[in-house]
Design a protein around this ligand. Structure first.
Ligand code: ADP
Ligand code: MG
Length: 363
């Protein structure tokens, strides 16, 4: 567990206990705030939502149970560990039914406390992560609707633009520029809509076949050379694919889409040229195929590393932020594989994809 900076609130009226806990937790790099009674705890929680609360059952003003309820109303993701004195266990158990993650009896051993906190924070993180995925079903309904609503007017705009282009004097520099802008923006919107649709397109297991990784990589490079003709000249591509590599049981188009998104990102990260290395080899236990894409482009800011796979996260003016979200969806959800990104700003980025060798989804 990275304790670094995680926000903990200790609610207890025993000053000695509070001082002790604060010292211990701060030495472990937790950020600790203190409330000596229930009312203060609730006020503080509203103002600066903690990730985890250590809550004493017996407070001078409000019963601990009520504080628990109020805290969960503020944000149900706040993890709560109940601290009891002698004989408070029954109430503590009841509180677990009301959303507390654990209870500890005083005197508390340091290791027990840290392990309980670690567990509570992990549960909290997992709940937040799960909800991120829960949102997808609504996107599944929303995107096709959005696509329809956007595409129709886009077609009309494109058509009208073609007429303007044919019938006007495009030697007029300003007019030509404006037409170009409209054209590019329409194209961007079209791509965005397509990205949304790709993201939610339902699985089509029928087309799963044995796919040669080598073939997919060649196909992707062909597409890239066409798509980014001007950039292509400045980028050296080195591929190193183990010729003995077993096939992956996959949907060819889907896999191509994944590699294309990754390679496109690499190209976009090297506007002044650079090198892209693509490696594919069998993992040490022969169960997985590892495909690695290494670029020496602009890299990724540390604070963005955990957002890359979120739908719509982009740092690009013309990005959709759906490329990696789709990659993750396909690789993790459909193929039970893994995708992992390491990066250093101004140094470059490594994207590693792991696929089960020769097995289909659901095996
Ligand atoms: P988009 O390309 O539309 O921005 P993606 O989901 O493909 O959306 O990527 C999300 C973000 O991840 C990018 O905006 C960029 O900030 C970062 N990123 C992805 N791949 C790379 C890379 N190879 N080098 C640098 N940044 C990258
Ligand atoms: Mg992209």
């Amino acid at each position: 567990m990275g304790a670094l900076g995680r926000k903990i609130m200790v609610v207890d009226d025993n000053q000695d206990f509070v001082d002790f806990i604060r010292k211990v937790l701060e030495s472990k790099d937790f950020r600790v705030s203190i409330a000596l009674d229930g009312k203060t705890a609730i006020e503080k929680a509203v103002f600066d939502i903690p990730e985890l609360v250590l809550l004493d059952l017996k407070l001078p003003d409000i019963p601990g149970e009520e504080v628990l309820t109020r805290i969960k109303e503020i944000d149900k993701d706040i993890a709560v560990i109940v601290i009891t004195g002698y004989g408070g266990e029954q109430v503590a158990v009841d509180m677990m039914r009301k959303g507390a993650t654990d209870f500890l009896s005083k005197p508390i051993e340091y290791e027990v406390l840290v392990s309980s906190m670690k567990n509570a924070l992990e549960i909290r993180d997992a709940q937040i992560e799960d909800r991120r995925f829960d949102r997808y079903p609504s996107l599944e309904r929303f995107f096709p609707f959005l696509a329809h609503e956007i595409r129709n007017p886009l077609h009309a705009i494109s058509g009208a633009l073609a007429i303007i282009q044919r019938r006007s004097d495009l030697k007029d520099e300003i007019l030509a520029q404006s037409v170009k802008i409209i054209h590019e923006e329409v194209q961007h919107l079209n791509e965005f809509v397509q990205g949304c649709l790709n993201f939610v397109r339902p699985p089509d297991a029928v087309r799963f076949i044995g796919v040669e990784i080598n073939e997919v990589i060649s196909a992707v490079m062909n597409v890239i050379l066409h798509m980014l003709e001007s950039e292509s000249k400045k980028i050296r591509v080195v591929t190193n694919v183990d010729p003995q590599l077993p096939k992956v049981y996959a949907n060819y188009e889907e896999l191509k889409q994944v590699f294309l998104n990754i390679v496109k990102n690499a190209y976009e990260a090297m506007p002044d040229g650079g090198q892209l290395t693509i490696r594919a080899c069998l993992g040490s236990d022969s169960q997985i195929i590892e495909i690695t894409f290494i670029d020496n482009g602009i890299g990724i800011k540390k604070e963005n590393l955990n957002k890359l796979f979120n739908p719509f996260f982009t740092t690009k003016l013309r990005g959709t932020g759906l490329g990696l979200a789709l990659c993750r969806r396909i690789i993790v959800e459909r193929y039970h594989g893994k995708i992992h990104i390491e990066s250093k700003e101004n140094k470059g980025t490594t994207v590693k994809v792991e696929l089960p060798a020769g097995r289909g989804p659901g095996d």
